[in-house]
Write a protein that binds this ligand. Structure first.
Ligand SMILES: Nc1ncnc2c1ncn2[C@@H]1O[C@H](COP(=O)(O)OP(=O)(O)OP(=O)(O)O)[C@@H](O)[C@H]1O
Length: 184
């Protein structure tokens, strides 16, 4: 079973999946690293300093690497295009701004990501692509708490408790668009 941990850059996908890697038996694939290491892309976008992934190649490689006997977790803002279930990490734009500015992103790149978060872009894509979508608001909780939430979802999915999880982690629980665009 493939489960994607997705979300806007800076929402905590890598931080949480690194904890999963060190503390749980789940296999974790960091897709963005894999795409670069194995050149699973069709284009290099020099203007935006990124690559355009070849999703057919990526998907084929993921299935080769997946654990046949247990959940495999995909870390990437692209993971919901491959996995059937996705956990979308959310962060209020004000808090996300501070995290992205620490990375020395350009003002334009920060703004682009904040707008994507305020407009629920990744969440909407995940709802379009996946059968099961769960949302975790990381804004005012610790990384440890986010880790516990992710583990609860993985265990619930393994036990076939989708309905119980849907009640607790229902997508659409946050809406930052008004606050964000009023300030702009
Ligand atoms: N509750 C929380 N949940 C997850 N991350 C948190 C939380 N609170 C603070 N953080 C911090 O936010 C940062 C998120 O960065 P991280 O690289 O994990 O994001 P990302 O979503 O993987 O970004 P990218 O898509 O660019 O790889 C980390 O430094 C993490 O420790």
């Amino acid at each position: 079973m493939l489960i994607g941990i997705t979300g806007t850059p800076g929402t905590g996908k890598t931080a949480v999946t690194s904890l999963l890697e060190s503390r749980t038996p789940y296999r974790v694939i960091h897709l963005n690293e894999l795409i670069k290491e194995e050149k699973l892309y069709s284009e290099v976008d020099t203007e935006r300093d990124c690559v355009v992934a070849d999703m057919d190649l990526v998907e084929r490689r993921v299935w080769e690497m997946a654990d046949p006997n247990n959940i495999t977790v995909l870390d990437s803002h692209l993971s919901h295009h491959i996995a059937n279930s996705a956990i979308v990490l959310r962060t209020k734009p004000d808090v996300l701004r501070a995290r992205l500015q620490k990375r020395k992103y350009s003002a334009e790149k920060v703004q682009e990501n904040l707008e994507a978060e305020a407009l629920d872009i990744i969440l909407c894509e995940a709802v379009d692509w996946c059968d099961n979508v769960f949302e975790i608001d990381t804004t005012s909780q610790s990384l440890e708490r986010t880790f516990d939430d992710v583990v609860a979802i993985l265990e619930g999915l393994a036990a076939g408790q989708e309905d119980k999880l849907a009640a607790r982690y229902r997508p659409g629980s946050v809406d930052w668009s008004e606050d964000f665009f009023d300030q702009a």
